[in-house]
Design a protein around this ligand. Structure first.
Ligand code: GUN
Length: 294
C-alpha cells in the first residue's frame, strides 16, 4: 500500500483564477468588463456562503458582479422578472440562480427563462444539448468541469478507463458522465444511483470513481479498487460539537479508510470545492467573449 496522491484543488483553482485574471484584463482593455449576477432566494446558510465567495472572487479578478438576495417568500413571477431583467442587462454576461431554491419555486421554469448565452451554470436545455453534441460554444456545468480539470492537470489517463459516477443529478452526475465519455476523455462510463443493484460491487470496477450523492462518507474502503482514482464531489455538513461552528465538512467518501487504497484522491475541503468557483469564472469569461463578439 503506497501513499495516495492528494489532489490539491485549491492550488489548481488558484492557477485557473490567475489565468482568468489575465484574460479579464485583456477584455477590460477592449471595453468589456465581464459581469456576473448571482441570485439567491431564501436563507440557506451553505448557499449564502457559496454566493458570498462567488461575488468575492469576481472582485478579485476585476469582474463586475451583482448579488441579488431575495426573501424566501419570493414568488415564481417575481423571480422570473429578475431573470428577464438580467437577460436584458448589457453589463451582465453570466447569470447564476443558486440551487436549490425554496420548494414553491419551479426551478425548471426559471432555468428555461435564462438567456442560454448567459447561462454560465450550463443548466439550460440548449446548453445541455451542446454538452451532448460536444459543441464548445455551450457552457459546461462548473463542478463537473472542475473535476475534469483536476483529472487533466493531475495527468490521470481517462481513455479506456472504467469510470463510475455515483449520482445522476443534472448539476453533477449526468454532465460528469457525458464529459468522461466525450471524445476528449474517452472513458467507459457507468452512472450509478439509489436504485442501482449492489452499488459497492459496481464501484469496485472503477478505475476512476466519482462520488456525487450528497451523503456523508457513504463510499467505504471496500467499495474502492486498489489503485483507483477517487473524486469526491460531496460537501456535507456533519454535526460536530467539538467545532466552534457546530459542524465539520465531510465528503461523500470515507476519506480516512479510502485514501490508502487510492492512487489519487481529492480531499474535502480543498478538492473539488474550489474548482467550482474557478470554472464559473472561466464560464463567465466565455460568456463575455461570446456576447462581446471576441
Ligand atoms: N448549488 C450547488 N452547486 C451549484 C451550482 O454549480 N450552480 C448553482 N446555480 N447552484 C448550485
Amino acid at each position: 500500500m503506497s501513499l495516495p496522491r492528494i489532489i490539491d484543488g485549491k492550488a489548481v483553482a488558484a492557477a485557473v483564477l490567475d489565468e482568468c485574471r489575465e484574460e479579464a484584463a485583456v477584455l477590460v482593455a477592449r471595453g468589456i468588463t465581464p459581469g456576473l449576477a448571482v441570485v439567491l432566494v431564501g436563507e440557506d446558510p451553505a448557499s449564502k456562503v457559496y454566493v458570498g465567495s462567488k461575488v468575492k472572487t469576481c472582485a478579485e479578478l476585476g469582474f463586475h458582479s451583482r448579488k441579488i438576495e431575495l426573501p424566501k417568500e419570493t414568488t415564481q413571477e417575481e423571480l422570473l422578472r429578475v431573470v428577464r431583467d438580467l437577460n436584458a442587462d448589457p453589463a451582465i454576461h453570466g447569470i447564476l440562480v443558486q440551487s436549490p431554491p425554496p420548494k414553491h419555486i419551479d426551478e425548471e421554469e426559471v432555468i428555461r427563462a435564462l438567456d442560454p448565452r448567459k447561462d454560465v451554470d450550463g443548466f439550460h436545455p440548449e446548453n445541455v444539448a451542446k454538452l451532448v453534441l460536444e459543441d464548445p460554444t455551450g457552457f459546461v456545468p462548473c463542478t463537473p468541469a472542475g473535476c475534469m480539470k483536476l483529472l487533466e492537470v493531475s495527468g490521470i489517463p481517462t481513455a479506456g478507463a472504467e469510470a463510475v459516477v455515483i449520482g445522476r443529478s443534472m448539476i453533477v452526475g449526468k454532465p460528469m458522465a457525458l464529459l468522461l465519455v466525450s471524445k476528449v476523455a474517452n472513458a467507459t462510463v457507468m452512472i450509478a444511483h439509489s436504485r442501482s443493484k449492489d452499488l459497492p460491487a459496481l464501484c469496485r470496477r472503477a478505475d476512476i470513481l466519482v462520488a456525487a450523492v450528497g451523503r456523508p462518507e457513504m463510499v467505504k474502503a471496500d467499495w474502492v479498487k486498489e489503485g483507483a482514482v477517487v473524486i469526491d464531489v460531496g460537501i456535507n455538513r456533519v454535526e460536530d460539537a467539538t467545532r466552534k461552528s457546530g459542524y465539520r465538512l465531510a465528503g461523500d467518501v470515507a476519506y480516512e479508510e479510502v485514501a490508502p487504497r487510492c492512487s489519487a484522491i481529492t480531499p474535502v475541503p480543498g478538492g473539488v470545492g474550489p474548482m467550482t468557483i474557478a470554472m464559473l469564472m472561466k464560464n463567465t469569461l466565455q460568456a463575455a467573449r461570446q456576447i462581446g463578439g471576441c
